[in-house]
Structure formats: structure tokens, C-alpha cells
Design a protein around this ligand. Structure first.
Ligand SMILES: *Cc1c(COP(=O)(O)O)cnc(C)c1O
Length: 462
């Protein structure tokens, strides 16, 4: 069978998709008029569309296919588990071997005394769990008013009502009356966009101290937790200044609040360690996990909590929370196999010692391109800030249009890269080899050149 057989012709798929499928985070009329891109297969780091065109997937799907595509081991494990025990719940004094094994393995991998896992089907659900968990944690110690969760502007923590409230995306809050009560947002450590004339190190400290000021404003006796991504992903790969996290950790150590690290993107090797918290020396009380936990092969997420948090929750009677598919046996089996492969194939070390440093060197060099103001990177997640004027760090007048233009040049050149406003971002599979990185950079440069030439021709550059 050929590569593009086994499905309807592209135009028919697009017509049916337009007629019946509603897409997440998409302008419905626009996609239906234009026709969706149809992806039909993938292997390694390469996607193939319904017309047989190939793309290097520099987004690892949606930040999740850490192990790359086409790993038969994961399919085998899923099939075997479905045959043996396709489903059983973990509610009523019951457990099963895959959920036991995965919990124990995660406790081993997670830093410090993060030894207890509450499972969900993805990151949004896990963060919803965290909202209830931290509030219940304080309430069951006689502090029911300690329920405010401090988050950050432009953070992404998911899309459910609770997790989108934790998130700091105003466009999301505007739809559906968010955030829910008792969630507040402080400024993000985004030096390129918001640092002005300040020194990045000073700026990092100032943005961290905003947490201290916010705790004082609200009152420590009313604050339950602070939640943050070690590196903000969907917000535009905001790599904080090195001064930021140590200061946040100091504040969290001094104050009686819980620290939640949302590791949904940073976890499972992305920053060169198993968790972003390890890359930044953070000691969270709770970690949110999803995405790379299964390399995206099957939906699964969860919250890994410390001994102390588990002790308080466990001794507080029934925690009235859970999902039908919390600790789904097939998802747990696949995640466990994914962790085995990441470990045995040394993928995390590959990011830390080989692919990460090589990509960093090549990525940083893109700052020489006339369109690129800043090239920032942490491990295998990176961004390019496009600007009409590097010196003043100016934004384009029609915000976001240049990013979209560059993104379409990427697609034309066989490269999947995303844009957030006028920043181009990547988060490739962690198995990227040097030759893949060379291809990625070549195609990026080509897209940047085409974007630059187009802007010049239209007189849009200063
Ligand atoms: C994707 C993401 C989530 C939400 O995960 P879903 O599986 O889409 O619900 C939460 N937090 C972060 C940091 C994410 O990137």
C-alpha cells in the first residue's frame, strides 16, 4: 500500500471536516473556507500529509511527541493491555498493576519527596485537580480562607474553566466569563517584550518580587498557592532570566504557600533534565504533568504531590474528586513504556549533552538574521522574536501578521513551526539528531529570508 492510500481524497476529507468537525483554538469560518491540512502518517520526526508532502515536525505535535513518531513498542504495549484489562476504575478501594507501576516509577523520577500521583487525562484536568487539592489542603488544616491562587499573565495552564482561569491569557478569559474567583495574575518574566531599558538580571528579580508584593497585597493567610511553568510554553517560550527562579523559590520558602510547577511541557526531558524544576533548581510541592508523559501517544496527565501534601489530603477523609479515566490502565501502560524508552535510550541525556547544546549553538546564531531580535532557547524549546528594528526591540505595526507570514513560509518549506504573535517557536521531538537540526535550521533560515524579502518589497521594514 502506498504512503497516501487508505483514505478519501484530500478535498473530500476537507469537505467532511468543514461540515462536521469543530476545531480547537481555530477560526471556524476560516478553516472551513481554506480547507484543513490533513496529516495522515508520521515516522521519527517527519509528518506526511494527505498529498504525500513531508514536514519536519519542529513542534512535536503539540509539545508532546518527545520520543518521536512510529514507536511500535508503544502500540504493542497498548494492544496487550487492551487484551488483558482494557479498563477498570481506581475509585472504590481498587487498583490495578499498570497504575501501580506508573505511580511508583514517577515517584522515582520526580525530584525531592514528590512521591504521590493523582491521575487525569491531560494537563487541564490535572490543573483542575490542583485547584481543588490546594484549597482542600488548607481548608482541612482549619484555613478555609486560604484559597487564592496566584498565577502569571500570559501563562498557559489548560482550557477547562478552572485551568483557563489559572492561565493568564486575556483572550481566553474574555470568552465565558473567566477567571473564576480567587485567582490573580502577576506580571511575567518576559524581558524582550516587557523589560524596557532594564538589565535582564535586575528585571528577573523585579518580576519575581511581584509575587512577594502580591502575597502582601492579598494577605498571606488568604493565599493557597503560586503556579507557574518553569519556562512558559504556549505564551511564547518565555525563558526567564537566571535570577528569576531562585528569588521565587526564596519567597515560597519564606511564605506559607504551596508552589505548583506546571511541568506539562517542561517535563520528561524537554529542558535537558527529567523536569524543568531540576533545570532551575525549583522545589515544588506539586507538579502538573501530561503531554510528554506518554509522548502524546495516548491522553494522560496528573499531579505529583509531596509527602506532606499527600499526608494532609489522605488524612482529611474522602477527597471528593476524580475522573472516570484517572489512571486508565492502557494509558498508564503506554506512559510506563514511554518512560522506559526515554530512560534506556538516554533521551534526556541526549537533550542535555548532545542535541540541546548543538541546537542552542545553531539557534543563537539566528540572531544574525536581520529579522531576528532575540533567539532564546532552553534545552529543546526555543523562540525567535521577529522585529522591524533590533535596537529598539520594536514590534510590527500589524501585530502577529509577520509571524503568520513566516509560519506559512515554513509550511511551504516542509517545516512545522508555530508563531505566537510575531515570535516563531519550536519544541521538537527530543530524538532530533544533528542532521535533523541542520535541516531544521536550513528551513528556518529559508523561511526567515522569504519573510524578510516580502516585507522589504512591501516597504514594511524600518
Ligand atoms: C498543554 C498544557 C496544559 C494543558 O494540557 P491539556 O492536556 O491540553 O489539557 C497545561 N499546562 C501547560 C503548561 C500546557 O502546555
Amino acid at each position: 500500500m502506498g504512503m497516501i492510500d487508505n483514505h478519501l481524497p484530500t478535498a473530500e476529507l476537507q469537505a467532511l471536516d468543514a461540515a462536521h468537525h469543530m476545531h480547537p483554538f481555530t477560526d471556524g469560518d476560516k478553516i472551513n473556507a481554506q480547507g484543513a491540512r490533513v496529516i495522515t502518517r508520521a515516522d521519527g520526526v517527519t509528518l506526511t500529509d494527505s498529498d504525500g508532502k513531508e514536514y519536519l515536525d519542529a513542534m512535536a505535535g503539540l509539545w508532546c511527541v518527545n520520543l518521536g513518531y512510529g514507536r511500535n513498542e508503544l502500540a504493542q504495549v497498548a494492544a496487550q493491555q487492551m487484551q488483558q484489562l482494557p479498563f477498570y476504575n481506581t475509585f472504590f478501594m481498587t487498583t490495578h498493576p499498570p497504575v501501580v507501576a506508573l505511580s511508583a516509577r514517577l515517584a522515582q523520577l520526580a525530584p525531592g519527596d514528590l512521591n504521590h500521583v493523582f491521575f487525569a487525562n491531560g494537563g487541564s484536568e490535572a490543573n483542575d485537580t490542583n485547584i481543588r487539592l490546594v484549597r482542600h489542603f488548607w481548608a482541612s488544616q482549619g484555613k478555609p480562607d486560604k484559597k487564592v491562587i496566584i498565577s502569571r499573565k500570559n501563562a498557559y495552564h489548560g482550557t477547562s474553566v478552572g485551568s483557563a482561569s489559572l492561565g493568564g491569557m486575556t483572550g481566553m478569559h474574555a470568552q465565558g466569563g473567566l477567571p473564576i474567583p480567587d485567582v490573580t495574575h502577576i506580571d511575567q518574566p518576559f524581558w524582550w517584550g516587557e523589560g524596557g531599558d532594564s538589565d535582564p538580571a535586575e528585571f528577573g528579580l523585579a518580576r519575581a518580587r511581584a509575587l512577594e508584593a502580591e502575597i502582601d497585597r492579598i494577605g498571606e493567610d488568604k493565599v493557597a498557592a503560586f503556579i507557574a511553568e518553569p519556562v512558559q510554553g504556549a505564551g511564547g517560550v518565555i525563558v526567564p532570566p537566571e535570577t528569576y527562579w531562585p528569588e521565587i523559590q526564596r519567597i515560597c520558602d519564606e511564605r506559607e504557600i504551596l508552589l505548583i510547577a506546571d511541568e506539562v511541557i517542561c517535563g520528561f526531558g524537554r529542558t535537558g533534565n527529567w523536569f524543568g524544576s531540576q533545570s532551575y533548581n525549583i522545589s515544588p510541592d506539586i507538579m502538573t504533568i501530561a503531554k510528554g508523559l506518554s509522548s502524546g501517544y495516548i491522553p494522560i496527565g496528573g499531579s505529583i504531590v509531596s509527602d506532606h501534601v499527600a499526608e494532609v489530603i489522605n488524612s482529611g477523609g474522602e477527597f471528593a474528586h476524580g475522573y472516570t479515566y484517572s489512571g486508565h490502565p492502557v494509558a498508564c501502560a503506554v506512559a510506563l513504556e514511554n518512560l522506559r524508552l526515554l530512560d534506556e535510550e538516554g533521551i534526556v541525556e541526549h537533550v542535555g549533552n548532545v542535541a540541546g547544546p548543538y541546537l542552542t549553538e545553531k539557534w543563537k546564531a539566528l540572531e544574525d538574521h536581520p529579522l531576528v531580535g532575540e533567539a532564546r532557547i532552553k534545552g529543546m524549546m526555543a523562540a525567535l522574536e521577529l522585529t522591524p528594528d533590533k535596537a529598539s526591540r520594536a514590534a510590527f505595526e500589524d501585530k502577529g501578521s509577520v509571524g503568520l507570514l513566516c509560519r506559512s513560509h515554513c509550511f511551504e518549506n516542509g517545516l512545522v513551526m508555530r508563531c505566537v504573535g510575531d515570535a516563531m517557536i519550536i519544541s521538537p521531538p527530543l530524538i532530533l539528531q544533528r542532521s535533523d537540526i541542520d535541516t531544521l535550521i536550513e528551513r528556518t533560515v529559508l523561511a526567515l529570508d522569504k519573510t524578510y524579502d516580502g516585507l522589504k518589497k512591501d516597504g514594511l521594514l524600518k
